[in-house]
Structure formats: C-alpha cells, structure tokens
Design a protein around this ligand. Structure first.
Ligand code: AP5
Ligand code: MG
Ligand code: ZN
Length: 223
C-alpha cells in the first residue's frame, strides 16, 4: 500500500473548513475527519461522550483535550484511514498539535490555514444552514439552497447549529484567538504552514488549496 497522506485544514470558526474539506476529500479520495462533526454525531446519538461535550459546544468553549484526543485517534485508527485522511477542526490547542505531531512523525503532512477576518466570520456562521441527512453546508446568502429549507445535495431538511447564534459565535472567535491562534503560530514557526486567503469565492479557495497541495507534493514535505 502507498504511504499515508495527511492533510490538516486549520482556520477560525466559519472560515470554510467544512465546505472545503468535503470537496478536497472527494477530490483526493481521502476520508474527511471533522472533530466538530464527530461530537455532533455523538450528541444526536445521545452517547456518553456527546453528553460530556454538549455544554462546552453550546457555550462556544473547547471540549477538553483528553476527550478530543481519544475520540480522534480512535477515528483515524479505522481501516478507511489507512491510506491517509483530511483533518478539519483538529488540532485546536498546542497540546493537541503536539500529540498529533508525535503520532505523525515521519509521515507526509500538508498543513493549510484558511484566513478570514472576524467580521466576515460572524456573518458566515449566522447564515449557515446544514443538512440533517448528509451534512452538506449551505448559506442563506452566499450559497442558498434552490428550495428554501431543503438540501440541494440530497433533499434533506436544513437546520441551524445552536452554536451559530451570534453571541456564541463571538465567544468561539475569542476562544480561537486565545487558544488556537498560538497553535497556528507554532506550525508557522516550524515553516510547515500554507496560508490561504479564505475571503475568496468557494471555488477560488478550492483552486488555491489544490495549487498549494500540488506545489507541496512536488517539493516533498514531511512531519
Ligand atoms: P467545529 O464544528 O469544528 O466548528 P468551527 O471550527 O467553529 O468551525 P465551523 O464548522 O463553524 O466553520 P467551518 O470553518 O467549517 O466553516 P463552513 O465551511 O461551515 O467545532 C464545533 C465545536 O466542537 C467547537 O466550538 C468545540 O466546542 C468542539 N470541538 C470541535 N473540535 C474540537 C477540538 N479539536 N478541540 C476542542 N473542541 C473541539 O462555512 C461557514 C459558512 O460560510 C457556511 O454557511 C458556508 O456556506 C459559508 N462559506 C464557506 N466558504 C465561503 C466562502 N468562501 N465565501 C462565502 N461563504 C462561505
Ligand atoms: Mg465546520
Ligand atoms: Zn443533504
């Protein structure tokens, strides 16, 4: 089997990580592993993990590292990740990044960061509409569904995330600047970070990501 290829997509809440990660995953044939989606699945299934994560998520705080790490490492140990995977929303703190770096030592890793200013992030999150059935992401203004309330991809019902309330989005942004930005700076200091202008249209962001990945592949790139 060919070696594992790992992609890490970083960026603030609402930057477009989920939108781009699902396109990239389909394009590259890699599983899309999103810690936020995994927690939301646990919540909707009423698992013990979902119960423990609930209050943190609904108030816009980070779920404690030990819960995240156990869930994430369990997920990427499954057979579908044997050829690699794309991480969305992880890592988010310095201890998470250090644990991941240790685990991925020697593997081929690309770390990409979507950059979007705070004022645009509140607007993106507050207009976001998600599909209950397939997790497809719409936006009331920027990518409206053809039929109101109905997912273009599968016909499922669209809903708003509880943590997309503007007050919670502002808390998530504060948490991002306090706990996640220092971790992004850690990747930047290692010289292993590609920054992408996330304010472009979704198609242009996707093209920029692919261009950086192609450039990175030809230049090599190891953890
Ligand atoms: P998570 O689900 O990861 O949320 P997040 O990081 O806050 O990011 P979002 O999902 O809100 O945004 P996104 O970047 O995916 O943007 P999207 O593509 O949807 O985490 C939720 C919670 O879980 C956390 O708060 C925490 O409690 C917990 N958690 C998760 N991981 C954790 C971890 N590792 N450690 C600890 N706790 C963790 O796009 C947003 C909107 O903008 C959409 O409507 C979209 O249509 C629109 N849009 C996208 N791109 C564009 C564009 N280019 N132009 C215009 N609109 C666009
Ligand atoms: Mg997301
Ligand atoms: Zn759908």
């Amino acid at each position: 089997m060919s070696e594992q290829r790992i992609l890490i997509l970083l960026g603030p809440p609402g930057a477009g990580k989920g939108t781009q990660a699902s396109r990239l995953a389909a394009h590259l044939g890699l599983p899309h592993v999103a810690t936020g989606d995994l927690f939301r699945e646990n919540l909707s299934q009423g698992t013990a993990l979902g119960q423990r994560a609930k209050s943190f998520m609904e108030s816009g705080k980070l779920v404690p590292d030990e819960l995240v790490l156990e869930m994430l490492f369990d997920r990427v140990s499954r057979p579908d990740c044997a050829g690699g995977y794309l991480l969305d929303g992880f890592p988010r703190t310095l201890p998470q990044a250090e644990a991941l770096t240790e685990r991925l030592a020697g593997l081929s890793v690309s770390t990409l960061s979507l950059e979007v200013p705070d004022d645009q992030l509140v607007e993106r999150a507050s207009g976001r509409l998600l599909c209950k059935s397939c997790s497809n992401i719409h936006h009331a203004t920027f990518s409206p569904p053809r039929v109101a309330g109905v997912c273009d991809a599968c016909g499922g019902e669209l809903y708003r995330r509880k943590d997309d309330d503007p007050a919670v989005v502002r808390e998530r942004l504060a948490v991002f600047h306090e706990q996640t930005q220092p971790m992004i700076d850690y990747y930047a200091r290692q010289g292993s970070l590609e920054s992408i202008d996330g304010t472009q249209s979704p198609d242009d962001v996707f093209a920029s990501l692919l261009a950086r990945l192609d450039a990175g592949t030809s230049a090599g790139g190891r953890a």
